[in-house]
Design a protein around this ligand. Structure first.
Ligand code: FBP
Ligand code: MG
Ligand code: MG
Length: 346
C-alpha cells in the first residue's frame, strides 16, 4: 500500500474559499499557549447570533419585523422591533454559550446577571446600532465589548466587574449589516475583518490586519446639530470645508466608523444642548470602537481624554466622541481645545 504526502492542489477549478472565522479563532488561540478556549467560544457565540440577526435584518421588510416595538428603553428612545430581536438573540447566544457571567445592553436598564458564576467574561453590547436606519434599508450594526471579570470566578458578580475602563477590554468588535455583512474584531493583536458568505453560512477572512490611514479627507458629523457646536468645533468643521473634505454621515455609527477606518476620516458626535455629555454610550458604543481604532493605528478621544482611559460611573453614561485617523483627530482636538482656552481668558 502506497502512502503519498498531501500536496495542496491549487487547481483553479476548486479555488480556495479562504480562512473561516472558526479556523482563524482556533489559530489565534494556538498562538496563546495558556489560552483555555473560553474567549474563542464567546467569539463564536457572537458570530452565531450575528448570523441570525443578519437573516432578520435582511427580511425585516417582509416579515413584519420592521417598525417600532411600542416601548422605550432606558435612554428614553423608542425601541424598534429589531432592537428587541437583536437583544434577545445576542443575550440568548451568550447565555447558552456559557462563557459569560453578565451582560450590559443598550436595551436593558440593569445589568443582566446570567446566574452563571463560572462565566469568566462580561459583555457590553449595542445589539442594534443605527436603529433610525432600520426601516429605510440603510446599513446598521452591532457593537460589543468583552472584559474578563475582576472578581473571582464562582463568586457573585460585582459592580467592579462591570465598571471597567475601556483599556481593560480583552476583545471588542462590531458587525456591519450592509451591502455585505462583516464581523470586525480585535483581541489586542491587531484588527481583522470577516465577510459573511450567506450560501455557506460562514464568515471568511476578507480584511486581514486592518490599518487605518493616518489621515484622510472625510468628516462625519450630524450638521443638523451645529447650533450646539462649540466655537472650536465650528472652526474645525469650517476648516474641513476649506480643505474640500467630503462630508459623509450615514447616521449609523458602525457604518460611518467602518468607512472612515478603511478610507481615512473622522467621526465626531460632540456634546450638545440636548445631550451635554454627547449622545453615544461609553460602555457599549465608544469603548469597543476606540479599542478597534487604536488597534488599527487610529485614535479615539472625548475631546479631553483618551476614550479608553475614561473610568465608567454609570451603565448607560454618554460621552462625546472624536474617533478616526490619528492626524485628523489630533487636529480636531487642537481646534476644540485652543478655542475653549481662548474663551476662558477673554
Ligand atoms: O441621528 P443622530 O443624532 O445623528 O444620531 C445618530 C447616531 O445615533 C445612533 O443611532 C445611536 O445608536 P443606536 O441606534 O444604537 O441607539 C448611532 O448609530 C448614530 O451614529
Ligand atoms: Mg448605537
Ligand atoms: Mg442600539
Amino acid at each position: 500500500m502506497k502512502i503519498k504526502p498531501y500536496i495542496p492542489n491549487d487547481n483553479s477549478l476548486a479555488y480556495s474559499v479562504g480562512v473561516t472565522l472558526d479556523r482563524f479563532i482556533k489559530k489565534k488561540q494556538d498562538d496563546f499557549p495558556f489560552a483555555s478556549g473560553e474567549l474563542s467560544q464567546l467569539l463564536r457565540d457572537i458570530a452565531l447570533a450575528a448570523k441570525i440577526v443578519n437573516r432578520e435584518t435582511n427580511r425585516a421588510g417582509l416579515a413584519n419585523i420592521g417598525g417600532a416595538f411600542g416601548q422605550t428603553n432606558v435612554q428614553g428612545e423608542e425601541q424598534q422591533k429589531l432592537d428587541v430581536i437583536a437583544n434577545i438573540r445576542f443575550t440568548r447566544a451568550l447565555t447558552k454559550g456559557g462563557e459569560v457571567c453578565a451582560i450590559v445592553s443598550e436595551e436593558d436598564d440593569e445589568v443582566i446577571d446570567l446566574q452563571n458564576n463560572s462565566g469568566k467574561y462580561v459583555v457590553a453590547i449595542d445589539p442594534l446600532d443605527g436603529s433610525s436606519n432600520i426601516d429605510v434599508n440603510i446599513s446598521i450594526g452591532t457593537i460589543f465589548s468583552i472584559y474578563r471579570r475582576v472578581t473571582p470566578v464562582g463568586s457573585p458578580i460585582q459592580l467592579d466587574d462591570i465598571m471597567q475602563p475601556g483599556r481593560q477590554q480583552v476583545a471588542a468588535g462590531y458587525v456591519l449589516y450592509g451591502s455585505s455583512t462583516m464581523l470586525v474584531y480585535t483581541t489586542g493583536c491587531g484588527v481583522n475583518g470577516f465577510t459573511y458568505e450567506q450560501s455557506l453560512g460562514e464568515f471568511f477572512l476578507s480584511h486581514p490586519d486592518m490599518k487605518a490611514p493616518s489621515s484622510g479627507n472625510i468628516y462625519s458629523i450630524n450638521e443638523g446639530i451645529s447650533n450646539s457646536f462649540s466655537e472650536g468645533l465650528a472652526k474645525y468643521i469650517a476648516h474641513c470645508k476649506s480643505k474640500n473634505y467630503s462630508a459623509r454621515y450615514i447616521g449609523s455609527l458602525v457604518a460611518d466608523f467602518h468607512r472612515n477606518l478603511l478610507k481615512g476620516g473622522i467621526y465626531i458626535y460632540p456634546e450638545t444642548k440636548k445631550n451635554p455629555s454627547g449622545k453615544l454610550r461609553l460602555l457599549y458604543e465608544a469603548n469597543a470602537l476606540a479599542y478597534i481604532a487604536e488597534q488599527a493605528g487610529a485614535e479615539a478621544n472625548d475631546g479631553v481624554q483618551r476614550i479608553l482611559d475614561i473610568q465608567p460611573t454609570s451603565l448607560h453614561q454618554r460621552t462625546p466622541l472624536y474617533i478616526g485617523s490619528k492626524v485628523m483627530v489630533n487636529e480636531a482636538l487642537e481646534f476644540i481645545s485652543k478655542k475653549s482656552i481662548i474663551h476662558e481668558n477673554q
